[in-house]
Design a protein around this ligand. Structure first.
Ligand code: GDP
Ligand code: IMO
Ligand code: MG
Length: 427
């Protein structure tokens, strides 16, 4: 039995798509269990770039079953576009399963996301404006609509009518923006339901059956630990649970079934959207890493904020995820730096903090404590085993292990599948 959860250990965009794609070669099933099309996962195969938002990165392997489980919020128009895009690229989507229980992202969710960000003004969260927060709000408020509802027209009509009435009142009275018309939305969503019907399944049953049969199941986290609504830098977070425990809830799998948790760690740090980022580099050094690493959002195209590796961020991730291994990505982006810095902890009001602070007012005032390591100043993209890496790069990785207490299981030195160094059996 092998059920491996892969999570982002920082603020998202760590390279989860690349790592999942690499692991998928050995997987029988890959499951997305939280988030929605706020995620953007890039996979490069033989110079061809695939950008995925909802469909698990495992789809690029012909025999892997891919699952969008109950914890994901699904914008059906985006999902159908993604299916069409993959088919156009010659990738089969016949092995895609979609949970009937997954909640729908509706047009009023995106509008609510926008008016809410507007209202916050200078304090905005910098969301992806995909309606993800409002969709999870409706789920928690028990007025959300689910994918499976679309196959029950009368039931769907009654629920949509009720929720739309409330949303339209909110748009008119609180925000003074137009609302939505029932008939057009109802017809359009029923058509989406028909188009998605072939994919619908009781995904918890399918996933548990696969685990029970001894299949290798991979859980593909979206976003990152520090964007988790409980364990992230609240309120600058997303509205789901990117931590490993989220896989259990979001897929209907018990915690006793999970065998490994790998945290994907970018060799430096990036963040897109607003919120605290203690090791952020705002000057020319940050610009240099952003340009060298093409750090622009996969989903929104926004420039990503970048900074040094932060071990307090990673120790927090190791703890809340129960991480058993680290997959380091983008080590090659640091190839031309003379020296590198790693934050070992923070100074706050004269005291040294080793743990990542829980409260925003503290986090906003911490000053990172840095250790400086020599750079390697050579290209490492062709390395295929640890010993091929320059000594300085090996020392950087060893220090990362020391500071987190978690072993590194994989190192990625480029975008392509081939630019990958596995250090152990991964399943
Ligand atoms: P995700 O959201 O965690 O899947 O990450 P994204 O796909 O949004 O962003 C990661 C970017 O880094 C993508 O463009 C990947 O192709 C790229 N990438 C992944 N691993 C590596 C690596 O080791 N080196 C380099 N240079 N790029 C990488
Ligand atoms: P992947 O899976 C990076 C960020 C947004 C914003 C915050 C809330 O590609 O790593 P939301 O639209 O979710 O309500 O926005 O979360 N965010 C991400 N940042 N990578 C992502 O996904 C993200 N998904 C959401 O920028 O700061
Ligand atoms: Mg991304």
């Amino acid at each position: 039995m092998s059920a491996v959860v892969v999570v982002g250990a920082q603020w998202g965009d760590e390279g989860k798509g690349k790592v999942i794609d690499f692991l998928s070669e050995q997987a029988d099933m890959v499951v997305r269990h939280q988030g929605g099309n706020n995620a953007g996962h890039t996979v490069v195969v033989d110079d061809k770039v695939f950008k995925l938002h909802l469909i698990p990165s495992g789809i690029l392997y012909p025999d892997t079953v891919c699952v969008i489980a109950n914890g994901v919020v699904v914008d059906p128009a985006t999902l159908l576009d993604e299916i069409a895009y993959l088919r156009h690229e010659g990738v089969s989507t016949d092995r895609l399963l979609l949970s009937s229980q997954a909640h729908l992202v509706m047009p009023y969710h995106a509008r609510l996301d926008a008016v809410n960000e507007d209202r916050l003004g200078a304090h905005k969260l910098g969301t992806t404006l995909r309606g993800i927060g409002p969709a999870y709000m409706d789920k928690a408020a028990r007025v959300g609509l689910r994918v499976g509802d679309l196959l029950h027209p009368d039931y769907f009509a009654a629920r949509l009518r009720s929720v739309l009435e409330e949303k339209n009142r909110l748009f008119a009275r609180a925000y003074d923006v137009p609302g939505f018309e029932f008939d057009e939305m109802y017809e359009r969503y029923l058509a989406y339901g028909e188009a998605l019907r072939p994919f619908l399944a009781n995904t918890s049953v399918e996933i548990n059956r696969a685990i029970g049969a001894g299949d290798r199941v991979l859980f593909e986290g979206a976003q990152g630990t520090h964007l988790d609504i409980d364990h992230g830098t609240f309120p600058f977070v997303t509205s789901s649970h990117p931590v490993a425990g989220g896989a259990c809830i979001g897929a209907g799998v018990g915690p006793t079934k999970i065998t490994q948790v790998y945290g994907v760690v970018k060799a430096y740090t990036s963040r897109v959207g607003d919120g605290p980022f203690p090791t952020e580099l705002t000057g020319p050094q940050g610009d240099h890493i952003r340009e060298r690493g093409s750090e622009y959002g996969t989903t929104t195209g926004r420039p990503r904020r970048v900074g040094w590796l932060d071990s307090a961020v990673l120790r927090h991730s190791a703890r809340v995820n129960g991480m058993t291994g680290i997959a380091v990505t983008r080590l090659d982006v640091l190839d031309d730096l003379d020296e590198l810095r790693i934050a070992t902890g923070y100074r706050y009001q004269g005291a040294v903090l080793e743990d990542f602070p829980e409260m925003l007012p503290v986090l906003e005032q911490v000053e990172p404590l840095y250790e400086t390591l020599p750079g390697w100043r050579q290209s490492i993209g062709q390395a295929r085993k640890l010993g091929d890496l320059p000594k300085a790069a090996q020392a950087y990785l060893a220090r990362l292990e020391d500071l987190t207490g978690v072993p590194i299981v994989l190192v990625s030195v480029g975008r392509d599948r081939s630019n990958t160094i596995p250090l152990t059996e991964l399943f």
